[in-house]
Design a protein. Structure first.
Lengths: 229, 229
């Protein structure tokens, strides 16, 4: 809690420009914090000395679009043409939300929507969102607090009716199925770092590696140093 | 005044990844607002319908690192592999500064510094800054106001002694030479959009096109829609 957390996407240099462009065109979902040089597994700006092949607890791997068993070490897969992208995560502002009285430990889902992202090359797909149920007062506070973290998804992209953005409550990507939003709560939706990972997965690249869900990269950078006033 | 203004850099697709990466690594100096698809001169996100070959008043052109005469139309030079980058400009927040009582029409310089930027591929070079002389009260207000525009250089990178960042007052890139900061003023320094243009110029590309100084791209987007709370 309180440290900058990052989603990880690793792909080959041949696809790196299109993927970086995809992120640039969808900055709320894909705030790029660092791109390593080809073949380098060290994120020397965010975490000098770290090794992205071993320093996450679990990795998901796809070859030609097919998922393989998860791994805990990437040395066997590593190649000189691989480029790693560290992308901001909304978990980064959990502590700031807690400090402001907004609970972060429950009632949270990752959902597909019907909103398209801006494509770049072969990367395209729907916006994926994180939904929380909050009281109206918490929703207003959470909007203000998260807006101060523009490099970790920032302010919500939607508030209120899930149907307005085609959010699929019946089949969450993360969290149990839900029937409807409780009467005394309002749904708040943030752009989610699963968006770029899903776009990369759909592109069926020769090799794609990402952090496994809930096993993102935790840096030593204080989240409060990455926010605006 | 009050509209999003953009610096323009145009180069070939072969160099586009390294240049986009250079911008990503130096976000305060190089906040990328849009990258066009190769061969397209329409910035369809920032200004749908605009034509970047004609809609700036003057362009500077370099071939193999040598400057050619300025142009007012790029049709003759246009190629299918050219990619245009629109980069945020500090002029975007001039109106917000004026509204807060900070004058923006004088005492402003563009200076080289001895601070290095993070390199990417062949793109490297010093940080270029915009310096203004302000009263201490104005300096504090200007820091708060500009911090609300993270996609247009944001908060200052330095305040006070020009020597601390190696700012060369004797040879400004823009503005008359100056001897020293007046006693009742404090120098405030912002990362400047000339930084990526200078890095691209130093890379001596086969073809490089940029807006001519003081002839940047003015969009119809309200600056206040691009700022944080």
């Amino acid at each position: 809690m309180g440290y900058v957390q990052c989603n990880l996407v690793i792909l080959s240099q041949a696809h790196a420009f299109d993927f970086l462009l995809y992120c640039q065109r969808n900055p709320k979902a894909c705030p790029v914090l660092e791109v390593t040089d080809p073949g380098s597994a060290e994120p020397r700006r965010i975490a000098p000395g770290a090794d992205l092949r071993t320093d996450l607890a679990r990795y998901t791997v796809w070859r030609d679009g097919r998922r393989e068993p998860d791994r805990t070490d990437l040395h066997e897969l590593w190649r000189d043409d691989l480029v790693a992208f560290l992308i901001g995560s909304g978990i980064t502002f959990d502590q700031a939300l807690e400090r402001a009285g907004v609970p972060t430990d429950k009632d949270r889902w990752v959902l597909n929507t019907s909103l398209p992202t801006e494509s770049a090359g072969r990367f395209a797909g729907p916006l994926v969102v994180t939904m929380r149920w909050l009281t109206p007062e918490q929703a207003i506070i959470a909007t203000q607090v998260s807006a101060r973290f523009p490099f970790n998804h920032g302010a919500p992209v939607h508030i209120g009716d899930p149907k307005a953005i085609g959010a699929d409550l019946t089949r969450p990507l993360f969290g149990p199925p839900v029937e409807q939003v409780p009467a005394n709560r309002i749904a708040v939706f943030w752009a989610c770092g699963v968006t770029p990972q899903a776009a990369a997965e759909a592109a069926a690249l020769d090799l794609l590696i990402a952090h496994a869900p809930a096993h993102s990269f935790v840096s030593d950078l204080l989240a409060d140093r990455f926010c605006t006033p």
